[in-house]
Ligand binder design. Structure first.
Ligand code: GAR
Length: 205
């Protein structure tokens, strides 16, 4: 069975969207574990309620935590196929990213390559989009490389925000798109329908 790990830091709505697609049979995979840099957050509560393994990751050897190098061993020995960053707000060490090259994906709440980079997460992104005056925003799923929000783009969908009166209104519209595109992309990975060629990513039918 295709094994997925989901990294989270917050409320976990994207984790839920992937989980629900698995439970309703659209994605034939298993969530092997949920990893967070926060001991308590909505996403971890959700994972525990669903009896999914959880790990608290820290580079600082905090009580009850695992290190990234321990996670490498756990994921390799358990043959994890895909790591999904779903609202994970910490930078992952380069050696970890390199070890799982083309196996880590991230969902970003804007249309990369714009409105990404260090500090561009959650509300900050939507505020920057709002202040820029742009009329469209959207969500991007991309491969993770060693630079923030920089890896190859796998999928994007845009939404008209010309009537949005607040950053929160943009966030609400974009989140709906996130919940649509992340499960679609995960499904493509499970079905081995993601191909990288000429520095572009193709999702096969
Ligand atoms: C999502 O909007 C996700 O795109 C964003 O954090 C939110 C997590 O929500 N990620 C980033 O901003 C990463 N740069 P969730 O916990 O409800 O899935």
């Amino acid at each position: 069975m295709f094994r997925i790990v989901v990294f989270v830091s917050g409320r976990g709505s994207n984790l839920k969207s992937v989980y629900n697609s698995i439970v309703n049979g659209k994605i034939k995979a298993h969530i092997f574990a949920v990893v967070s840099n926060k001991k308590d957050c909505g996403a971890i509560d959700f994972a525990k309620r669903k009896n999914i393994n959880t790990y608290f990751v820290s580079s600082l050897n905090k009580v009850g935590s695992v290190s990234y190098s321990e996670l490498v061993n756990i994921f390799e020995s358990n043959r994890v196929n895909l790591i999904v960053l779903a609202g994970f707000l910490k930078k992952i060490p380069d050696y970890f990213v390199q070890r799982f090259e083309f196996k880590i994906i991230n969902i970003h709440p804007a249309l990369l390559p714009f409105f990404g980079g260090k500090g561009m997460y959650g509300k900050n992104v939507h505020r920057a989009v709002f202040n820029s005056g742009t009329k469209v925003s959207g969500a991007t799923v991309h491969f993770v490389d060693t630079i923030f929000d920089h890896g190859l783009i796998i999928a994007q969908q845009c939404t008209d925000i010309s009537n949005a009166k607040t950053p929160e209104a943009i966030a609400e519209k974009v989140l709906k798109i996130e919940h649509k595109i992340l499960p679609v992309v995960v499904k493509k990975f499970v079905e081995r329908k993601v191909k990288v060629e000429s520095n572009r990513v193709f999702l096969l039918e």
